[in-house]
Design a protein around this ligand. Structure first.
Ligand code: AHR
Length: 495
């Protein structure tokens, strides 16, 4: 197969948004307990945080971390997680049928964020709770001192305010599985009034209203419109959530999952702009794509949630293969391509739970296949996002019709230009010609590829580097040409 694209700094979409490289830590399974936090672990620091996981989080290049849920937040009482640990209550977590010990709460989480060098992004409970509790949490977390709640934070050891800027107004309130699920009107009103009150405390906050839990929700489209009709002037973002998996052996459709993500984004942008036009507003609502990943959700539904309220059980521990990593890379390319309106995103999740980082309790931590596209994109995406005008052969998919074999985006800064490209072909390499004339006399300084003869090969704790980026030897200098192996994620750096 032959394909072609053009790199031209004039084809600018938007600046690279660092918040594209956000992730998510939920009180779910082993994400918090034995994930980021495990006091008895050999690498644990003085706060009980695993240093090996902190190191991998930094290597992954994470910008923001959303917390504490997810479905969990819709039943969460934030004040259970503050003060002396031995006095914290144990509670039923209805979302994941687990017991929450509350050993980690907002103060520990923010301390972990500071160590990891990431920005915290907090969700408030709009399922079982409302405006008052959201305000209490905001005052506890962000007010400097001199009130009962802020002084309580100081007394609990956090002298400086946490300074949390981004807040999610609930989670997936369109989903019937959500504790306190609401209609769009009910939620839109509550989100608006919660936002209005939170802005009275701090007008600089960045607030995210819940959009749809997937583009296949029955209320998709009308949900966004109704929620934004109620809250347009009071929020900054509408969220999108999307998970993809290979279904019924249909690898071709799975590899093209970013087609749905593109459709999702353009539909939500159109809906938000339509509401804005009707309200005669000049303001634009952007997208926080605050849950996205490959998730074998059908397997989770098959096995079901545990019934005996365990503490930190292994849940949603998907083991990703090469096909998952290539699909994942395609999703990341789509997020970058839409950086004009997708200005924040969170990979769901960070550790153990559908995650790029896996841990053994008491033991090793290792990188899943999906770790690499994320880490490379976070490291090398810089400056501006560029359209690349690809010309590519296409293939037929059951889910999306004709889809191009090549999916790509580039970023450009004074230091250089980086091309991120996926070859979706299962049967052959793609010979990619790069027209870089507009960049002047550049050459390829590095080309790596993530691939394997076995599309279902995975990394394991015993073989953690089976799937990792390797130098791509098939590079030609003039005209610039790179051979992208079948089923591969590729990073090509030019300077
Ligand atoms: O990320 C796992 C779950 O997926 C989250 O808790 C929820 O928001 C979504 O349905």
């Amino acid at each position: 197969h032959q394909a072609k694209l053009t790199l031209d700094p004039a084809f600018k979409v938007a600046p690279v948004r660092r918040r594209t490289f956000g992730t998510f830590v939920e009180h779910l399974g082993r994400c918090v307990y034995t994930g980021i936090h495990e006091p008895g672990h050999p690498t644990a620091d003085e706060d009980g945080f695993r240093r090996d996981v902190l190191d991998l989080t930094r290597e992954l290049g994470v910008s923001t971390v959303r917390y504490p849920g997810g479905n969990f937040v819709s039943g969460y009482r934030w004040e259970d997680g503050i003060g002396p640990v031995e006095r914290r209550p144990r509670r039923l977590d209805l979302a994941w049928h687990s017991t929450e010990t509350n050993e980690v709460g907002v103060d520990e989480f923010v301390r972990w964020c500071r160590k990891a060098g990431v920005e915290p992004m907090m969700a408030v409970n709009l399922g079982t709770r409302g405006i008052a509790e959201a305000l209490d949490l905001l005052e506890y977390a962000n007010h400097p001192s001199g009130t009962t709640l802020s002084d309580l934070r100081v007394a609990n050891g956090a002298k400086e305010p946490h300074g949390i800027r981004m807040w999610c107004l609930g989670n997936e309130m369109d989903g019937p599985w959500q504790t306190g699920h609401k209609t769009a009107r009910e939620y839109g009103r509550l989100a608006a009034e919660t936002a209005r009150a939170m802005r009275m405390v701090d007008p600089e906050l960045e607030l995210v209203a819940c959009g749809s839990s997937s583009s296949s929700m029955p209320t998709f489209g009308s949900w966004e419109a109704e929620v934004l009709e109620e809250s347009y002037d009071l929020v900054d973002y509408i969220s999108c959530h999307a998970y993809y998996e290979e279904k019924d052996g249909d690898l071709g459709s799975f590899l093209a999952s970013s087609t749905d993500m593109e459709y999702f984004i353009s539909s939500v942008v159109a809906t938000a702009d339509h509401v804005g036009a009707r309200l005669k507003s000049r303001k634009k609502i952007n997208i926080s794509f605050d849950e996205w990943n490959v998730w074998y959700l059908s397997r989770f539904h098959d096995t079901g949630a545990p019934q005996d309220w365990p503490v930190a059980p292994p849940l949603l521990e998907d083991h990703y293969n090469l096909a998952d990593a290539v699909t994942f890379g395609g999703l990341l390319i789509t997020l970058l391509r839409n950086s004009d309106r997708v200005t924040a995103a969170s990979l769901a999740q960070l550790v153990n739970v559908i995650a790029p980082i896996m841990t053994e309790p008491g033991g090793r931590a290792w990188r899943q296949t999906t770790f690499h596209p994320f880490a490379q994109a976070s490291r090398h995406a810089a400056g501006d996002v560029l359209r690349v005008e690809p010309v590519s052969p296409a293939y037929e998919t059951k889910a999306y019709g004709e889809v191009p074999l090549l999916h790509a985006v580039a970023t450009h800064s004074p230091e250089g230009t980086t091309l991120f490209a996926v070859n979706r072909s299962t049967d052959g390499p793609l010979s990619l010609e790069i027209d870089a004339r507009a960049l002047g006399g550049v050459r390829i300084v590095e080309a790596t590829t993530l691939t394997d003869p076995d599309v279902y090969a995975r990394n394991t704790a015993d073989d953690p580097t089976r799937i990792a980026p390797r130098p791509n030897p098939d590079v030609e200098p003039g005209p610039l040409r790179v051979l992208l192996p079948p089923m591969s994620w590729n990073v090509i750096r030019l300077a």
